[in-house]
Write a protein that binds this ligand. Sequence first.
Ligand SMILES: NC(=O)c1ccc[n+]([C@@H]2O[C@H](COP(=O)([O-])OP(=O)(O)OC[C@H]3O[C@@H](n4cnc5c(N)ncnc54)[C@H](O)[C@@H]3O)[C@@H](O)[C@H]2O)c1
Length: 296
Amino acid sequence: MSRFTGKTAIISGGAEGIGFSIAQAVGKQGMNVVIGDIDTDQLEQARAKLEAQGIAVLAVPMDVTRQDQWQAVAEQAKTRFGNVHMLVNNAGVTGTPCAIEQMDEKDWRWVLDVNLMGVIYGTAAIVPLIKEHGEGGWLINVASMAGMVGVAYGGPYTATKVAVVGMSESWHAEFKPHNIQVSVLCPGFVKTRINQSQRNKHAEYRKEESAEGESDGNVSALADHLQSVIDAGLAPEIVGERMVEAIGAGELYIFTHPNYRKVTQARYKAIDEAFERSAASPLLQHMLNEEIASFS
Ligand SMILES: NC(=O)c1ccc[n+]([C@@H]2O[C@H](COP(=O)([O-])OP(=O)(O)OC[C@H]3O[C@@H](n4cnc5c(N)ncnc54)[C@H](O)[C@@H]3O)[C@@H](O)[C@H]2O)c1
């Protein structure tokens, strides 16, 4: 019996890819699993696969961009399993990598609504359920290495993933008194269908058919490159197991690609060097020894 046994997890985007692997991994630990997803066919297949593995599972069709649907997930989870202990905000989409001039409002909105508002709505709907029973629990947000370093031609995706890392840091401090452990999972490339996110794009974010496919050669080359690195990516099954391992160790930042360490190290070095230059500026000498205001 583990500390997860008999507790309940809600996982958005749990029908396939990383979300499904997380459902399997926490289910193996004896958790009851609620998977929510916009893709009802995949969701049903996932439910059957989890059930066949002896995992207690509830599948709820849902769109993370709809607050009312999060409320429905919360109610159904409580009705079926009672107390809720874990939320994994996993559902996410990539958008189409392209230059800023080629992106319009719909391109931005879709990615912001799913990857950012979806996480906000999920947290707002489910964390109060975790608080209310007083047993504590877990909030895990799935960001990306794109939350650690900006990705060219991926402005919307980067914006949301950096925001998810930042919100996780805020919530880590905020939810600590409630014994809710917050983690942010930042994978590198994982072999899933993330590069075909368009398959689940809502009608309201779709453009004229001609405009949807429109791209210049650079963009197509970028999309091809992205596909090849995703195809060569980490097996999703490992990501779910790694998440369980890391939350067991109480990690705030969860990494799955240790070889990417040099990427964040280069970023921190550049930031540190920028501070060094500010410390050398004649304009700022009076501030060098000033006390800093506490952030938390
Ligand atoms: N695959 C990677 O290389 C990679 C790398 C870093 C981070 N991530 C992140 O991992 C998470 C999962 O992605 P994945 O790689 O498993 O992709 P995936 O496309 O295989 O799975 C995403 C799941 O989310 C669901 N989904 C999409 N829009 C939804 C909505 N509006 N409401 C509810 N469900 C919705 C999809 O139907 C799908 O089941 C995402 O947040 C993604 O940004 C993926």
